[in-house]
Design a protein around this ligand. Sequence first.
Ligand code: AMP
Length: 227
Amino acid sequence: MGADTMTRPAVLILLGPPGAGKGTQARMLQDRFGLVQLSTGDLLRAAVATGTEAGRAAQSVMAAGGLVSDEIVLAILKDRLAEPDTAKGVILDGFPRTNVQAQALDALLAQSGQQINAAISLEVDDAEMVARVAGRYTCGTCGEGYHDSYKVPAIADTCDKCGGTDMKRRADDNAATVGQRLGAYHAQTAPLIAYYEEQGTLQRIDAMGEIGQIAEGLSAIVQRAVA
Ligand code: AMP
């Protein structure tokens, strides 16, 4: 279904620990359903790169694998949601990550008569996550994600999608920081699974399998959620 056939802009949430595949799957859903991927991690990395006040405050927290303050994240999210392209509907990737953020999102959506269509939990084993995160990289030109073992480009170091050759690895994708990020996920973000279960919007998907298969399962969930 295209966004233009939807009565109200869809709001989808992808929940899951670092390495669960949120970014990869959000990009797929963006292409398939005409929704906009909104990654607070990407927005924060852009703020760090341009040296904004928020970026300067977030930088050391991100490097240590902690969570950036709710205040900074919510301000960045609201600015992004105010941009006209989000009227097509959004896939929130990496947001919310705390109870405060989840409640703030509900309040923000309520102001415009919107609500969450589905909060989808990508369920994975912790043990696998460190290896997944340590091997991943993205095309610096178009943002397509790759992995040393699971998703290798047809021509080494050349993006299948745009032909770019500027591959980038994230500074926080190292074993020590991934451990901290997993800890933050379990302490602060995993409890949101119960929050959305209670709200009646939770959907779970086994995200340990092959990328294409998970994408099919997710698409079916999204199709139903935005119908
Ligand atoms: P991600 O790209 O989603 O893995 O996020 C990278 C880093 O950005 C995280 O480890 C956090 O430090 C920070 N971050 C991203 N989204 C949030 C959020 N919703 N709340 C707090 N910190 C966040």
